[in-house]
Design a protein around this ligand. Structure first.
Ligand code: ATP
Ligand code: MG
Length: 1109
């Protein structure tokens, strides 16, 4: 559980909050700081302001554990820390939607930059996480090393002194996750580029580049690792203890990459840095001209050449720009030569401008990367780390500007602190009387007043025509500011009437809030003018280098602007004004840094130095203001929580409102009424004494409580221990008993199992024996029963058979006896017709039985099925045969009725063939199975016979190849025989030419033999036209079909007689006038012999036919 009563008042070294200091004096204040510093407590509060004393050593108070410790804790809950302030600011930004700014002030080396980094790293650690958020955080944090490399330098006061002012706005979304940021930079101390005071260095990047870059990079940049080769690098402190330039260079390169610099951008930046170094090495020599003036010339052109190569500038252009100056005024251009001093001035001006513009470009480039992407409203936390108040031996324009900025910050601090304090009293309803404090507005006015402020006068002087020098500027100051109480010069009234020897002639002194500073006016006018000859900016613009071109836009001849650019002082004043306005809109949080010694060493606390800072930072006033009202304030809840043990009625619990509890407490403790006031949400304690009184009482009470708690705790511990032992003993005993019982049980169980197994085995064997015996008995019984049943069955069968025989005999005997009896009895009545009746009845019965039997045994419906049941009685012979015939006819009729017309015609023809040839010609049986095809030549389809086919209109009934027998030698010639309804045609087989066409009425008969041959003679009607050539003797393979078709046509035609078919082995054929006899002789079949026809004599043709097998 969180310890709510924890407070910064616990284990305090000195006092954690200066407001509680008692008694309050400058000595006690510094003593308190010292005491805490000696105990490594570098942070102390003045109310909500954090004082940070630079430890000059690394401390173990920034660990992640410490971050966790301070996370989400109240400001006064833990010992003072910068994390407490960062946490307070972050939470009030996140939860109360108040924009915050963290103002870090203090002199150079006091730890402002470190403090700003600590604040940023704390916020980064406690805000949201996630890939995108982490990237933003990383970029924001990594912008620091880059800016420090280019904007920080070693000074006598600080090895890492910020030489520019930085204000960074970190933007958050509604959840408190960082979205991005914007960095504003203020006036880089660019004079450092060309000249550094003794013991100081140029900006870190120059040394880092020369120490850390690889040989290759240096070669590309035309640089040498030796610092001594560069005029712009001071040698006396080139190497700084504890600063590893080479490692830092790698860190910076890495940081640039993380921030989002492209590789070519980094290269360009390094080229510019190298160019500045090269520029410093360019030297000039005088050259007298004929008109008596001196003109400068570049001494050794090597560095100039290398620089021009690096930046892509034409050497002659730059060289000319170092020797001449062109002044343009009202359309007129006047070119004047530069002497050596002017050339050096021009060179340095160029180097300073180049570097400061590069620095601004880097800031803008970082801004581009870290810019918040989301367009939603942002909450903003600004962190201001500006160069600290500076008092050097020799203070110039830069120090004047820096100190002016610090004056403004001090002013805002005074205003906002007091305003906040007063607002709180009003908010809480506490009576408040205004407090007097030193207001530095008067000093700010001395510097920035529009009419007679120092900056305004400097501008006026710079813009004034005529000779303007630093001295004329000082004269002007003497004239205008002489009366001002914070201004001193030899001529002012404060300068003790010209006798002040500490005040040289060319100087003026300002009494700043932080002390008096003597400024040397030398260089004020030049630095304020910040002039860069136009020739130089134009030369730069002509460079073939993108970045350089971009840095010198005014060099563009197309955009020549004759107006003077605003002065450095004017610009600075404007940007400081903007910054102040910006800060005033935000809730301020202060970190006031104090430098403990001038040696940059740990453990040294120089009281005079600290005292000076305490004074000028106005810290005592801060405490007084804080205490003028009430020294301490606390919300009712934590107050009651912390002190409730001091009153019996509030301890241990107070159920009512916290305020009433606190009132009860105060009354009970009898704290005098003037010592405190009740606000709306807080109690205000006027004197630290009262608070310490409460603390003391609380400490005593805590001791008593601790004793009580210890007593109770010890009792509880012993009791708990005893109970635990007792409980353990029971548990152990229980476990042991359980174990012993378990063992015993397992033994019994295994014995039981053995006994059981034996018993079960014995029982099983016994049962098996019984079952086997039983099975054998059952088998025996079954066998005996089978035998016995068999005997019984056979006996019964025998008995039944005998009984049947007896019954049959009885029936026969009875029938005979009955017949006899009937015959005897009825003989006398039916003697005449009984016999006939019995006969009829018997016949009827027999016929009935016969028909029923026949019905059952009828053969199949196939007409060729020759089966027929046997005749049962002889007297039914005729009937049986007749029935067979009738049945056959009936089934033939049935069979025929299923025929189609074509099939019918075929069968009719077959029938006709049968009538003509059956049993008359031996060839017939072989033709029965052959179907009558008719058109064997497929005459209508065969293209060969197309002509022949087309010569008839009627349908061809038969087309076949036949042999026409020559009567001269009995040899055959092949012819096509066509038969139509009207003609018989003979045609040539090859040509299809019609040889003879006989109309059917001219045919009288056809003669064929009885043999197995295909010869036939067509006999023609005597006297008919066809008969002129005589009859035809032909031989065909389809004789039966041909003759049947001829006969069929004759039988169906009504106009003529039926064709006669003579079947005889000898017939006469009329050949023209002769009649020739054709005789058929049957011969025995020899191997391969066939039908042959030979002419025997004039009147005889002999055909030998082998007998069929
Ligand atoms: N909290 C700290 N812990 C350890 N060392 C510190 C701390 N604060 C500052 N220092 C040391 O003091 C040195 C100077 O600090 P820093 O650069 O922050 O001063 P500054 O106030 O920013 O000075 P300037 O105004 O010159 O920029 C640091 O380089 C560091 O060595
Ligand atoms: Mg700094």
């Amino acid at each position: 559980m969180e310890v709510k009563t924890k407070s910064l008042l616990d284990n305090m070294i000195g006092v954690g909050d200066m407001v509680l200091l008692e008694p309050l004096s400058e000595e006690s204040f510094i003593e308190n700081l010292r005491k805490r510093f000696d105990h490594n407590e570098i942070y102390t509060y003045i109310g909500s302001v954090v004082i940070s004393v630079n430890p000059y050593k690394s401390m173990l108070i920034y660990t992640p554990e410490r971050v966790e410790e301070y996370r989400n804790r109240n400001f006064y809950e833990l010992s003072p820390h910068i994390y407490a302030l960062a946490d307070e600011a972050y939470r009030s930004l996140r939860d109360q939607d108040k924009d915050q700014c963290i103002l870090i002030t203090g002199e150079s080396g006091a730890g402002k930059t470190e403090a700003s980094k600590l604040v940023m790293s704390y916020v980064a650690a406690v805000c949201g996480k996630g890939q995108e958020v982490n990237k933003v955080k990383e970029q924001l944090l990594q912008s620091n090393p880059v800016l420090e490399a280019f904007g920080n330098a070693k000074t006598v006061r600080n090895d890492n002194s910020s030489r520019f002012g930085k204000y960074m706005d970190i933007e958050f979304d509604f959840k408190g996750d960082p979205l991005g940021g914007v960095i504003s930079n203020y006036l880089l101390e660019k004079s450092r580029v060309v000249k550094q005071p003794r013991g100081e260095r140029n900006f870190h990047i120059f040394y880092q580049l020369l120490s850390g870059a690889s040989d290759d990079t240096l070669k590309k940049l035309k640089l040498d690792r030796d610092f001594s080769k560069y005029n712009y690098l001071s040698l006396d402190s080139a190497v700084v203890n504890g600063l590893d330039d080479a490692t830092n260079f790698r860190t910076v390169r890495n940081a640039m990459q993380i921030v989002g610099f492209m590789e070519d951008e980094v290269q360009s930046v390094l080229e510019l840095v190298a160019a500045v170094l090269k520029l410093g090495n360019i030297e000039f020599k005088p050259e007298s001209r004929c008109n008596g003036t001196d003109e400068s010339r570049v001494k050794d052109k090597n560095d100039l050449k290398e620089m021009c190569e690096l930046l892509g500038i034409e050497q002659s252009v730059l060289e000319r720009a170092f020797s001449y100056r062109t002044v343009e005024a009202k359309m007129e251009k006047v070119s004047t030569t530069l002497n050596v001093a002017q050339a050096y001035y021009a060179r340095d001006a160029l180097a300073k401008n180049l570097y400061s513009r590069l620095f601004s470009w880097i800031v803008n480039r970082i801004n581009e990367s870290i810019k918040a992407q989301a367009k939603t409203r942002h909450k903003v936390m600004g962190v201001l780390d500006i160069y600290g108040f500076e008092i050097f031996e020799d203070n110039s324009f830069e120090q004047f500007i820096i100190n002016y900025c610090n004056e403004k910050l001090q002013q805002i601090f005074i205003e906002l602190t007091l305003r906040e304090e007063q607002e709180e009293y009003v908010r809480e309803g506490i009576e408040w009387t205004n407090i007097e404090y030193f207001n530095n507005a008067i000093i700010c006015d001395l510097i920035e007043n529009h009419q007679n402020g120092i900056l305004a006068m400097l501008d006026e002087e710079c813009l004034r025509p005529g000779t303007v020098t630093d001295e004329t500027f000082l004269d002007k100051l003497n004239m205008i500011c002489a009366e001002h109480q914070h201004f001193e010069s030899r001529l002012s009234k404060n300068s003790k009437f010209l006798n002040d020897h500490s005040l040289p002639h060319c100087c003026f002194r300002i009494q700043h809030y932080a002390g008096k500073v003597l400024y040397r006016v030398e260089g004020f006018v030049d630095k304020n003018n910040d002039l860069l000859y136009r020739d130089l900016s134009q030369a730069m613009y002509k460079a073939n280098h993108t970045l350089i071109k971009h840095l010198f836009p005014e060099g563009n001849p197309a955009k020549v602007n004759l107006k003077r650019p605003p002065t450095a002082g004017f610009q600075f004043k404007a940007s400081v004004g903007t910054l102040m306005r910006n800060l005033q809109t935000k809730n301020p949080n202060y970190i006031r840094c104090i430098k403990p010694n001038d040696k940059k060493a740990p453990h040294i606390f120089t009281e005079s130095l600290v005292c000076h800072q305490v004074r000028y930072l106005g810290l005592m006033e801060n405490v007084r203001v804080r205490r003028a009202g009430y020294a301490f304030r606390q919300a009712y809840e934590p107050c009651l929580e912390r002190y409730k043990m001091l009153c019996k009625r509030t301890w241990p619990h107070w159920r009512g409102p916290a305020r009433e509890g606190v009132e009860m407490l105060m009354a009970d403790l009898q704290v005098p009424a003037e010592e405190f006031s009740y606000g709306r949400s807080k109690i205000f304690i006027r004197n630290p004494r009262t608070l310490f009184f409460l603390e003391e009482r609380r400490r005593q009470c805590l001791q008593d409580l601790a004793t009580l708690i210890q007593k109770i705790y010890r009792g509880w511990k012993c009791r708990t221990h005893f109970l635990l032992l007792k409980k353990s003993q029971i548990v152990v005993a229980a476990w042991y008993r359980r174990y012993a019982q378990q063992k015993k049980y397992e033994k019994i169980k295994s014995a039981t199992t053995v006994v059981q197994s034996y018993t079960r085995g014995w029982q099983a064997r016994k049962l098996l024996r019984e079952l086997k015996h039983q099975k054998r008995c059952e088998e025996a019984v079954t066998t005996i029963a089978a035998y016995w049943h068999g005997t019984q069955a056979r006996r019964e069968l025998r008995r039944l058979k005998e009984e049947a025989k007896r019954k049959h005999a009885v029936a026969v005997i009875w029938a005979y006896w009955k017949g006899l009896k009937v015959r005897r009895e009825y003989r006398k009545f039916f003697r005449a017709n009984a016999g006939k009746k019995i006969y009829d009845f018997t016949i009827q019965r027999i016929m009935q039985k016969y028909f029923l039997g026949l019905k059952r045994t009828l053969p199949s419906m196939s007409p060729v099925d020759k089966n027929w049941p046997a005749r049962p009685y002889v007297f039914l012979d005729g009937v049986h045969t007749e029935l067979r015939r009738i049945f056959h006819l009936w089934r033939c009729k049935k069979y025929k009725s299923k025929f189609t017309e074509e099939k019918k015609a075929v069968y009719e023809e077959k029938l006709e063939a049968s009538e003509l040839f059956k049993d008359k010609k031996s060839l017939y049986p072989s033709s029965v199975s052959q179907p009558f095809k008719g058109d064997y030549l497929e005459i209508s389809k065969n293209p060969k016979y197309q002509k022949l086919n087309s010569s008839f209109d009627e349908k061809v009934l038969l087309a076949d190849v036949v042999n026409k027998i020559n009567r001269a030698n009995g040899k055959g010639t092949t012819r096509i025989l066509l038969l139509t309804k009207k003609n018989v045609v003979l045609a040539d087989q090859k040509t299809g030419q019609v040889k003879a066409s006989v109309p059917l009425p001219d045919l009288t008969s056809v003669s064929v033999s009885t043999q197995n041959d295909g010869f036939f003679a067509l006999r023609l009607k005597e006297g008919s036209a066809s008969a002129v050539k005589g009859d035809f003797l032909l031989s065909s393979e389809h004789l039966i079909e041909t003759i049947t078709k001829l006969h069929h046509i004759g039988s169906t035609a009504s106009d003529r007689e039926q064709l006669n078919v003579d079947i005889s082995d000898e017939f006469l054929v009329q050949f023209k006038q002769d009649k020739v006899c054709v005789k058929f002789i049957q011969v025995a079949p020899k191997n391969g012999n066939s039908v042959s026809c030979k002419r025997k004599n004039n009147r005889l043709l002999e055909v030998t036919v082998p007998a069929s097998a």
